[in-house]
Design a protein around this ligand. Structure first.
Ligand SMILES: Cc1cc2nc3c(=O)[nH]c(=O)nc-3n(C[C@H](O)[C@H](O)[C@H](O)COP(=O)(O)O)c2cc1C
Length: 340
């Protein structure tokens, strides 16, 4: 058994979390990850596009109906994610009204914007929930710590989905985070998809790892079979960074991503966002919707990380978690035995 600050903090068996993957749904996946002894994380999904608050409430209720284990949820706090403040307020209210939810919802991960509002709100209204924020560069990790978050998800550029303009690898970022903030729990994320990856994250001083792409290619994830099937044959060179709703996004190379424009700087992105209208946003969202609902892998956007070069099969969530954790334990023990 590997015991870390994260396994203790959340009362979980293994130091493994699933990464949130909005705008898609990871509700079933979260149940499977939490049931297997990791910590499942529900995504801030916006695909149904109707009432996002009601939709989120249904997802949380679904999870607590299907598992008694702890779990977490992601809220994207980007400016264009206009529902985030109300979403956070509502979550604290739902926890007050529902004791099972209050007991099981142990982790809120904010990302893609500022952690400040969430940090203040949660400290006041739901101090039992641990609040982490995604940090893709050291200066952003400084802000996370300055905002009073309970921990950091250090996410490097190898990972799937939205990335920052910083382009820092997980290897460098995790070292920076643990050296500068030894008292804060750190979750290593991006590019991890093997027992070796789990062991190296822990060896660097992270308290857990989070994986996205590996869990897409699992039997329990609710991604379209066409999407899942792309991952085992893909190589680590088959992804690219293009422009997404919240900045650069790592997608699998296909018609959509190769034709999509690339915005290289934050300044360009801010001016694009200022000119952004709802029609364009919805058009972009459509590219995610068609791949999720119809499995259109040509015209759709397919976020995956470079770890698709490590994944060669669709696995059960339980097998991923136990084999990665047991494998990491063995690697770390073998290493210790080499120390005289
Ligand atoms: C399909 C997909 C969707 C994602 N959506 C989100 C999201 O809504 N919020 C977020 O914080 N990160 C999102 N991410 C990033 C993941 O949470 C995580 O950082 C990434 O998957 C880690 O890299 P890995 O894929 O190599 O494991 C997404 C990633 C993928 C692959």
């Amino acid at each position: 058994m590997i015991k870390t600050r994260i396994t203790e903090m959340f009362g979980i068996k293994y130091p493994i979390l699933s990464a949130p993957m909005g705008p898609f749904y990871t509700t079933e996946l979260s149940v499977a990850v939490s049931e297997a002894g990791g910590l499942g994380v529900v995504s801030h999904a916006t695909l149904r596009g109707k009432n996002s608050l009601q939709d989120m409430k249904q997802q949380l209720e679904y999870v607590i109906e299907h598992t008694d284990k702890p779990f977490g949820v992601n809220v994207r706090t980007a400016r264009i994610q206009t529902d985030h403040k109300l979403m956070l307020r509502k979550m604290t209210q739902w926890c007050k009204e529902n004791s099972k939810l209050r007991e099981q919802l142990v982790y809120i991960l904010t990302s893609a914007g500022s952690p400040r509002f969430a940090s203040q709100l949660l400290k006041q209204r739901a101090p039992q929930i641990k609040h982490f924020h995604v940090g893709p560069a050291l200066w952003l990790i400084d802000k996370i710590v300055g905002s009073g978050c309970d921990g950091i998800v250090a996410t490097g550029t190898e990972g799937g989905g939205h990335q920052s303009y910083e382009g820092i690898s997980t290897l460098v970022l995790v070292q920076q985070a643990v050296i500068k903030y030894p008292d804060k729990p750190v979750i290593a994320c991006g590019g991890i998809s093997s027992p070796e990856g789990v062991a190296s994250g822990l060896a660097m001083g992270a308290d857990a790892v989070a994986m996205g792409t590996r869990f897409i290619a699992s039997k329990e994830s609710e991604f379209h079979p066409n999407y899942k099937a792309l991952i085992p044959p893909a190589t680590a060179r088959d992804t690219l960074l293009t422009t997404g709703g919240f900045g650069p996004i790592r997608l699998l190379k296909n018609k959509y991503s190769l034709e999509h424009g690339e915005i290289m700087t934050k300044e360009q992105k801010v001016s694009q966002e200022l000119a952004y209208n709802m029609d364009e946003y919805l058009k972009d969202l459509y590219a995610y919707e068609v791949v999720y609902t119809k499995g259109d892998i040509e015209n759709g956007a397919i976020p995956v990380g470079q770890t698709c070069g490590l994944i060669d099969s669709i696995m059960d969530v339980d097998d991923i978690i136990t084999s990665f954790s047991d494998g990491a334990e063995k690697i770390l023990k073998d290493l210790c035995s080499k120390i005289s």
